[in-house]
Structures are given as structure tokens and as C-alpha cells.
Design a protein around this ligand. Structure first.
Ligand code: G6P
Length: 613
């Protein structure tokens, strides 16, 4: 939610910042702005409602000289919380005299109190944002030392923030601070870049430093110093990132989403690589850092996540209970945090998060840790807050996921959950033969997804036929029930079609009242336990004249005969079924959205990383 980038170095700052904003745009895209400080000159601040392209156009047409000027600067792409998307509410914000410019990601909870106090002291506010108070506070605390003024200002704030500050009084210096919103610093050759995430940094360097909550960084072209909010120096280690900048580019695909769907055979392979113990017929997940005895002592698992990550968790619940016999429940991460969860000494909490920066999931990790749970995270972004605070877990290795709608992260999460279930199962009641069988299925996953991807022409044809419909149901049973939820989520996220995922058995408890020829039903009827009942549900839908798109196992003529349209899924067990099935549903959603001319990678009102509650 909101992307920040800040640059200090010899290159034209505006160019670097605009490039960075484009790479961060998936975090928010309703308005954008930059402020550049050129040595000896005033601060140039340009802001615009709309996407980064609109800002870039404005800069190139109105201030071409700024695009070439050397200097340092800050930039922001916004996902509005306080105040509508507009030029005035776009960041950067400054004090009245234009001495301090800030960009902010997060929410200042006490902004109304601060704003009232500052207004009484004579401050004039221009925007409706919560963020503007930060600039005014810095101005009030400033006594010649910018880092000290920023530290004093952030000590007044409650809420979450990642901020970057520039001032014409300190050309060449950027001060950044974080609490609850991510900030990473890229350490380049005679240049440094701070940003909300790696995407904006990787074109310049792979050497990075992650800031922790309570860190304040003072950055110039040649140096980065980290302090706490009391101004005491802190050491933060430098790490080298494996992802390359190319991985975050679209290549020849029209959208990141399609690229990421097609990457799945490879990303699932990456999630598996090096993690199978053929000797023991088990999984090797060293990041868990648990001894066999500790594993055997786990009495209950609680999975917490949001959106697609929660859906992956719901698939995992079947794995853990079925394969390992461990009672498992899945909680929406916000619910976990606020319902005062019961954590016993033998409870393992598994937060799942692609970004590792989702506010509610971070809060769930903290709640679980405070209650003494063992916490092991499934994250994609290395070094993210969830990953670091959990301290143990399994990385997905899916590479950067840029499209707002999650695809490859979901399939990697389910794959890793299956590996975990293999490990837990072998640690308990699963014998070597069953272990070997499950390993064979896990190793076959990339090919299964590949086979689904070969059906693009058929899926595209079905998508075109149904793209005009305004309501869809997705129904499934067993592990395909969460797959139905995920299919419905994909469709509504990117095509704005009303879509609901239901357990097929629930159809008769209400939703069936809505069925008519205008309500297509996507029925997940793979040949796994529950298939016969699903065929009955399909009949019930057809009897109400609802069109049925059925996902069936290759060669299942009986199921095919019942459905109007068919997508064929390779034969597999119930453990593997969710992966190829969801890949097909991702394609269906993608081509329906494409047919409707939607902005697939950046759907309205959404953001990739939900860093506010
Ligand atoms: C947002 C994204 C979803 C994602 C969810 C959880 O809603 O649009 O695609 O599933 O956040 O994100 P996380 O990074 O925690 O997996």
C-alpha cells in the first residue's frame, strides 16, 4: 500500500525516482509525486492524481530540465486512505515554508490530535491526509539537525509509517524512518536508494539493508548510517538479493499476471528443489529449524493469512489433518489477532504471506509470539517483516510477484504446505510407501500445471463466451472448496464481476435461489473423493438452467457429458488437485478480464500489499 522511493547519488534523481515508482506502482496507483532537491536551488515538487505515467508526462512536458538535474529526491505512489486521490492529497507533503518534504506509507492513528495541536500553533494544512502532520512536526522540531528533527517528529506519531524526508537546508541528505511499514536501502556504487520494496532497488544494486521498526537511516550518496529514534547508532547487516531486476519485468507478456501464471511450472519447481529427502521419503525444510522431537510435539496448527494466502492455508488444513493427523485451523489474520486466540504450548502458528508485509499478518505473528507459540512463516519476500519476526519458516522462492492478483505465490504456498505435511506426516503416522507416493505427486506438480497451461485456446474460448455475465458461482468440495474460493476471488479482483465461492453442499442452503441462465456456475468436479456428489450438484444447477463450466479429470466422459463447457485437469490425487485446478481458474479469470478490457495488473481500489489494517 503506497510505494516510497528515495535517491541520493550522481544520476538525475527524477529519472531514477520515476523508474522506481513504476516498479512500485503495484503497491498503489491513484496518485503520485516527487520532490527533488538540487544543490543550491529550491525544491521542485511535482504531484499528480492518476498513475505514474501521468506524473511522468507532466514532468517531461513542463519541467524537462528537472528530469536531467542531478540531486537527491523522494517519490511516492499512493493508495488513498485519508482524503480522495487528488493532486493536493498526493505526496510529497511539506511544511508551509517548503523546507521539509516527506513521503509516507502507513497510517498515522493520532493525526487528528496532532493536526489540531499544530493548527492551534498556526500551521496551515493543505491536504486531507494523515501524512501532512509529519512535515509540520519536523519543521517545528528543526534546530539545524535534520535527523534529530525527524526523530523528534516520529516520536510523536502513533500508527504505522515508512517515511523519507528531504530538505533544501540539507541538499544531498535523505532521512528515512520506519515503524510498521517496510523500508529497504539499496547500497550502490556512490549512490544509495531507499524504497518500500526491492523492485525499485534491483535495477541499481543487489546489496541491500533492511530497516527494522524503530530505525532511522541517514542516507547520502556515499553513506548510510542507521540510528534508533533516540539517535543512538545501530548496526544493520547488508545482504545480497538473489532476484534479478529482469524477474520483475513483463518481458513479452501483455500483463504481469499472465507472465506469472506461465511461470508456475518453474516456480513450483523452485519451491520443491532441494527439499525432498529421497532417502527418508520425507521433506528437508531446514528453515524450520525444528528437531524431530519438536516436530512430534506439535499438538495443533493454526494458519493465519489474508486473501489468497488464507485460501492457500485452507488447502493446507486438509493436508495437515489428513496426512499428519494434526488438528489444524485457519484464521483470517485480523480475526486471529483480535479474537484473543487460544495458544497452547504445543501450538504451531503458520503465518502465510507472499509479501511478508501485510499489516494483519504481521500483527498475527506478534500476537502468536507474545503468547509463546512456535511461529514458522511461509513468505515469498526474503527479509520481509513476517519472515524476520517469525525467525523460522520456509521461503517460497517464487521470484517477485508484481500483478496485484496473486497467482504463482498461491501455487508455491500450496506446494510448500504439501512439503510440510509430508514432513509432519513422516514424522508421525505416514509410512515410507505413502511418503514415496506423495513425493512422486509433489514432483509431478510442475508438469500438471504445464498441461493446464497448454489449454489456453480452450480456456480463452470459454472466457469469451461468458465474459458478458455479471454473476458467477464457483463450487468445490474437499481441498477444491478453497480452490473455488480462490477462483471466485481471482475473477472478482480483476474483472469486477460479482463472483462467489461456495462449498458445493451449501448451494442448496441459499445460493441456488439465484440460479438462472444468467448465473454461470464453475464446478470443480475433478475425479477425487466428492466427485460423485459434485456431479449431482451439476445436475441441480443445470435443472435451474444455469450454465455450467466444469473442471473435470482428463478422460472423465461422464462428467464431461454433464457440463456445458469443460476444462480438463490431469489425473491426480486430492492432495495435488488444487494446484492445476487453480491454474486453470487463474487463466479463466485472466481471459474474462482481458475480454472486458480491464486493467488486469492494477485493478481498481486494490493494492498488492495491504500494509494498513
Ligand atoms: C492483497 C493482494 C492479494 C494477497 C493479499 C495477502 O489483498 O491483492 O493478492 O493475497 O493481499 O497478501 P500477502 O502478501 O500477505 O500474501
Amino acid at each position: 500500500m503506497c510505494g516510497i522511493v528515495a535517491y541520493a547519488g550522481p544520476r538525475p534523481a527524477a529519472e531514477v525516482l520515476i523508474d522506481g515508482l513504476k516498479r512500485l506502482e503495484y503497491r498503489g496507483y491513484d496518485s503520485a509525486g516527487i520532490a527533488v532537491v538540487v544543490e543550491g536551488g529550491p525544491v521542485s515538487c511535482v504531484k499528480s492524481a492518476g498513475k505514474v505515467n501521468a506524473l511522468e508526462r507532466l514532468l517531461r512536458e513542463n519541467t524537462p530540465e528537472l528530469m536531467e538535474a542531478a540531486g537527491c529526491g523522494i517519490a511516492h505512489t499512493r493508495w488513498a486512505t485519508h482524503g480522495e486521490p487528488s493532486d493536493v492529497n498526493a505526496h510529497p507533503h511539506s511544511d508551509e515554508k517548503g523546507k521539509f518534504y516527506i513521503v509516507h506509507n502507513g497510517i498515522i492513528d493520532n493525526y487528528q490530535t496532532l493536526r489540531k495541536r499544530l493548527a492551534e500553533q498556526g500551521c496551515v494544512f493543505r491536504s486531507s491526509t494523515d501524512s501532512e502532520v509529519i512535515a509540520h512536526l519536523i519543521a517545528r522540531f528543526y534546530q539545524g539537525d535534520l535527523p534529530r528533527a525527524v526523530a523528534a517528529a516520529v516520536r510523536q506519531l502513533s500508527g504505522t509509517y515508512g517515511i523519507a524526508v528531504v530538505s533544501p537546508l540539507h541538499p544531498g541528505m535523505i532521512v528515512a524512518a520506519r515503524k510498521g511499514s517496510p523500508l529497504v536501502i539499496g547500497l550502490g556504487e556512490k549512490e544509495n536508494i531507499a524504497a518500500s520494496d526491492l523492485a525499485a532497488i534491483l535495477p541499481s544494486t543487489r546489496n541491500v539493508m533492511y530497516l527494522n521498526d524503530g530505525d532511522l537511516a541517514v542516507m547520502t550518496a556515499d553513506s548510510v548510517e542507521v540510528r534508533n529514534f533516540e539517535n543512538m547508532p545501530i548496526e544493520r547487516e547488508t545482504t545480497r538479493v538473489e532476484w534479478s531486476a529482469d524477474a520483475a519485468e513483463k518481458g513479452n507478456y501483455p500483463h504481469f499476471m499472465l507472465k506469472e501464471i506461465f511461470e508456475q511450472p518453474e516456480t513450483v519447481e523452485n519451491a520443491i528443489r532441494g527439499r525432498i529427502d529421497h532417502e527418508m521419503k520425507s521433506a528437508l525444510l531446514s528453515g524450520l529449524n525444528l528437531t524431530p522431537r519438536e516436530l512430534a510435539e506439535i499438538g495443533r496448527i493454526v494458519i493465519a493469512g489474508c486473501g489468497s494466502s488464507m485460501h492457500a492455508g485452507l488447502v493446507g488444513e486438509y493436508f495437515f489433518e489428513d496426512l499428519a493427523g494434526i488438528p489444524t485451523e485457519v484464521e483470517q489474520a485480523a480475526e486471529f489477532r483480535y479474537r484473543n486466540p487460544i495458544i497452547e504450548p504445543r501450538t504451531l502458528v503458520i503465518p502465510i504471506s507472499q509479501s511478508g508485509e501485510t499489516a494483519d499478518t504481521i500483527a498475527a505473528v506478534r500476537e502468536a509470539t507474545a503468547k509463546g507459540a512456535l511461529v514458522a512463516a511461509l513468505c515469498n519476500v526474503v527479509g520481509s517483516t513476517v519472515a524476520r519476526e517469525a525467525g523460522r519458516g520456509v521461503y517460497l522462492h517464487a521470484g517477485p510477484e508484481i500483478s496485484v492478483a496473486s497467482t504463482k505465490a498461491f501455487t508455491s504456498q500450496v506446494t510448500v504446505l504439501l512439503l510440510l505435511a509430508l514432513l509432519f506426516g513422516r514424522n508421525r503416522r505416514m509410512d515410507r510407501t505413502d511418503g514415496a507416493r506423495l513425493i512422486a505427486e509433489i514432483e509431478a506438480l510442475p508438469d500438471m500445471i504445464r498441461k493446464v497451461l497448454e489449454q489456453v485456446p480452450e480456456i480463452e474460448r470459454i472466457a469469451k463466451r461468458y465474459a458478458h455475465c455479471n454473476d458467477f458461482f464457483f463450487i468445490g468440495r474437499g481441498p477444491l472448496y478453497p480452490a473455488a474460493l480462490e477462483g471466485a476471488l481471482k475473477l472478482k479482483e480483476i474483472s469486477y464481476i460479482h463472483a462467489e465461492g461456495y462449498h458445493a453442499a451449501e448451494l442448496k442452503h441459499g445460493p441456488i435461489a439465484l440460479l438462472d441462465p444468467a448465473h454461470p456456475v464453475v464446478a470443480l468436479a475433478n475425479n477425487i473423493p466428492g466427485r460423485d456428489k459434485m456431479l449431482g450438484n451439476i445436475q441441480e444447477c443445470r435443472a435451474r438452467k444455469a450454465p455450467v463450466i466444469a473442471l473435470v479429470t482428463e478422460g472423465d466422459a461422464e462428467a464431461e457429458a454433464l457440463a456445458g463447457d469443460v476444462i480438463r485437469i490431469p489425473e491426480c490425487s486430492r492432495y495435488a488437485a488444487a494446484l492445476p485446478t487453480v491454474a486453470a481458474l487463474q487463466l479463466l479469470a485472466y481471459y474474462i478480464a482481458a475480454e472486458r478490457g480491464c486493467e488486469i495488473d492494477q485493478p481498481r481500489n486494490l493494492a498488492k500489499s495491504v500494509t494498513v489494517e
